[in-house]
Design a protein around this ligand. Structure first.
Ligand code: RFL
Ligand code: PHB
Length: 402
């Protein structure tokens, strides 16, 4: 197995979805993944699928378990001044919803479907060198320390923010936009029923909180914390107390019942964009090219939007020898990336506590929340972004062949 059409680095949502889209178009690929299958399948991350992301999983025939086990959400609440205000998605977007289904469940479904076709995913194989020139190849190291080379027509760098693909690009060939936010999220996964039917985003004097879920018995809960927060300072009781305080549980707000905490972690918040997302025959997709703060629930959805564009472009290349879509890849993706950065930063600024805020800034923040929850026009804009901006197919860019 030393040659394939597309060498994919990383078996996260981007790499796995790309492999499926390519397979549907009759294009062969090999995925190399540095971690073990178990690890990849149990990594707790995103939980909200945009309308079109869920549709795509269904279209690809990998949505069966999602349809059974996921929760379809028709809105979210924005809570401030101890009151919850609902944003109704179908009403504001012409019928669209989002789907709450853990990223690791999406990953499990995509891995199972790929392995069932006999197509390869090489687990515990880390890409160590990438040649993006005219004869592209990747070098990877297997679990036993053996080195291998895989030749390909193209390389897809789907290896996340800390992967090898972006690092393989000479720094002077890209512009990097990096914006770190001055706080983080402390997140827990807990055995407790959801606090409410829908997600609640809370703006509170003490900081942001988010109550989400994975199922009818498992909650996913976050509180804003310091960037350098030490988990040992957060025994379970402190976390539950802080959540209750920010939710206003003792002031008529929703109550959260403490349950067994299954997982605890701190997520830094940053915005990052690499422009262009291509170097020679290496194409970056997903977190390897960009990071958004999680407040808009967009990272996984953006990763999947990238590979839709890439798959269409590769299909045009293999079908017709057409390179226009590949050449437009970065530009096409970055338009959506920047709009998604904008939305994620908007949600982040509206909902978090900023140490440097003056009383004036704080009033402006509350006015923004008041506006977005009382103006149908403003609410429709938030809803449109939250359920996902329409996917712009690049097929129209294809030259008409004579
Ligand atoms: P991933 O998922 O990081 O996958 C990259 C894969 O590449 C492997 N890898 C390598 N393989 C081979 N050789 C190497 N040298 C390699 N280096 C790395 C890694 O092991 C890994 O398996 O990137 P991808 O596919 O681009 O997917 C991106 C998403 O994972 C990410 O954007 C989201 O999780 C972000 N995110 C959310 N996104 C949403 O759409 N909705 C949400 O609700 C949402 N909530 C979140 C989030 C991320 C969070 N954290 C923990 C960062 C909530 C949190 C708390
Ligand atoms: C989650 O359930 O993990 C989640 C939900 C919404 C977000 C971020 C994370 O904005």
């Amino acid at each position: 197995m030393s040659r394939t059409q597309v060498a994919i680095i990383g078996a996260g949502p981007a790499g796995l979805m790309l492999a499926h889209l390519l397979q549907r178009a009759g294009i062969e690929s090999v995925i190399v993944e540095s971690r073990a299958r178990d690890y990849v399948e149990s990594r707790v991350r995103a939980g909200v699928l945009e309308y079109d992301t869920a549709e795509l999983l269904n279209d690809l025939g990998v949505g069966e378990r999602m349809r059974r086990e996921s929760l379809v959400h028709r809105g979210i609440a924005l809570r401030f001044n101890d009151r919850s205000n609902r944003i109704d998605f179908p009403d504001l977007t012409g019928g669209k919803t989002v789907t709450v289904y853990g990223q690791q469940e999406v990953v499990k479904d995509l891995i199972a479907a790929r392995l069932a076709t006999g197509a390869p995913i090489l687990f515990e194989c880390a890409a160590t060198a990438i040649d993006a020139g005219d004869e592209p190849s990747i070098t990877y190291r297997d679990a036993a320390g053996g080195e291998h080379t895989l030749d390909a027509d193209f390389i897809a760098g789907c290896d996340g923010f800390h992967g090898a693909a972006r690092e393989a690009i000479p720094p002077d060939a890209i512009t990097v936009y990096d914006h770190t936010l001055p706080f983080a999220w402390l997140g827990i996964l807990a055995e407790t029923p959801p606090v409410s039917e829908e997600l609640i985003y809370v703006n509170h004097e003490r900081g942001f909180a988010l109550v989400s879920m994975r199922s009818r018995t498992i909650s996913r809960l976050y509180i804003q914390c310091r960037n350098d927060e030490r988990l040992e300072l957060w025994p379970d009781e402190r976390i539950w107390g802080e959540l209750r305080e920010r939710l206003g549980s003792d002031r008529g707000g929703p109550d959260v019942h403490s349950g067994k905490i299954l997982q605890k972690g701190v997520t830094p918040m940053r915005s990052f964009v690499c422009d262009p997302m291509r170097y020679g025959r290496l194409f970056l997709a997903g977190d390897s090219a960009h990071i958004v703060p999680p407040t808009g629930a967009k990272g996984m959805n953006l990763a999947i939007a990238d590979v839709r564009v890439l798959a269409e472009a590769l299909e045009a290349y293999y079908e017709h020898g057409e390179t226009a879509l590949l050449d437009a890849y970065s530009q096409t993706c970055l338009r959506r990336v920047w709009k998604t950065q904008r939305f994620s930063i908007y949600m982040t600024r509206m909902l978090h506590r900023f140490e440097e805020h003056t009383p004036f800034d704080r009033r402006i923040q509350l006015a923004e929340l008041d506006y977005v929850t009382s103006s149908r026009t403003a609410a429709a804009s938030l809803a449109e972004n939250y359920v996902g901006l329409p996917f712009e197919s690049t097929a129209g860019l294809r030259k008409v062949r004579t």
